[in-house]
Write a protein that binds this ligand. Sequence first.
Ligand code: 5GP
Ligand code: MN
Length: 324
Amino acid sequence: MTTVVDVGGAAEVLARHREVTVLCHLRPDADALGSSAGLARALRAEGVTVHHSFDPGTVPDALRVIPGTEHVVPLCDVPAHDGLVVALDCASPDRVGDWERLTEAAAEVLVVDHHRSNPGFGTHLLLDPDAASTASLVLDVLVAGRYPVDADLASSLYAGLITDTGSFRWGGPGAHDTARRLLAAGAESRTMGFELLDAHSFSWLRVLSQLLASARLEADAVGGRGSIWLHVPHEVVVAAEESDVESLVSHLQGVREAWVSVLLKEFRPGEWVVSLRSRDGGESGVDVSAVAAALGGGGHPAAAGCTLRGDLDTVSARLRELLG
Ligand code: 5GP
Ligand code: MN
């Protein structure tokens, strides 16, 4: 049974444990790693034994700028223990990895998330779909629990906030209030912004130009709103930095003629990790999280994902059918 908690209730759960495993979702983004690194730092400062990990546990180079990621350990090295497991930014248990082994031994399992598609799991659930980032929720939990927030902790959380809000394009007043509090606590914003939003290698530019030249526009799709499609074959994925591949979707989102962007990444041969984006955030009817959910994934109305197996044409046809 899952008990729904508010930020104060989540802080009470944290306070009950001296050994805590802090997990975020596989192929972590800056919100997953930033929110979990921030929580891990706060707990360590209280003398708690912390195991910070995700599946499989190698931090992508581009995200190492986030303070605390140097303490991440491989998931296979995390012991099953009878303390607390916290899952952050994970919309479902299958986004965590090794879920059964780690949670069966645990006395309590706290889930902190902001994905509307989250069905609710764990013994305690803090779920706020209106939160701009999971990092925002972690800040509120730490404040409720009176944990000190130092500059490094604030920077970790800020990393999640700037990326999940698309540099504050989404998230409303709450996101700006969280930013104000994190900056006042000493969050570093310039390096974090450069490394997480702008930085790539020179060699990526050539790959990028070839990939972008292969993008296809379907101007009449999605009820006339238009869609833009790009696929990244396995041989390109293996030669590139993961963060560079992930960042491709931001180029698609800027195309005026398309309200919906579809990026297909062949991380394993015949297995396509799909990123979906909707420009209007679902407000005028294109909720990409519904499409992703219908295919076993999930996410937010404006940004969602799923993983599909098969050849490119079959996978694209399934997506096209659901997008309309
Ligand atoms: P991205 O395209 O950046 O990988 O993901 C966009 C959003 O969709 C993120 O909030 C991410 O957590 C969510 N998401 C991506 N893939 C999946 C998936 O397979 N399952 C679920 N439940 N959510 C996903
Ligand atoms: Mn997030």
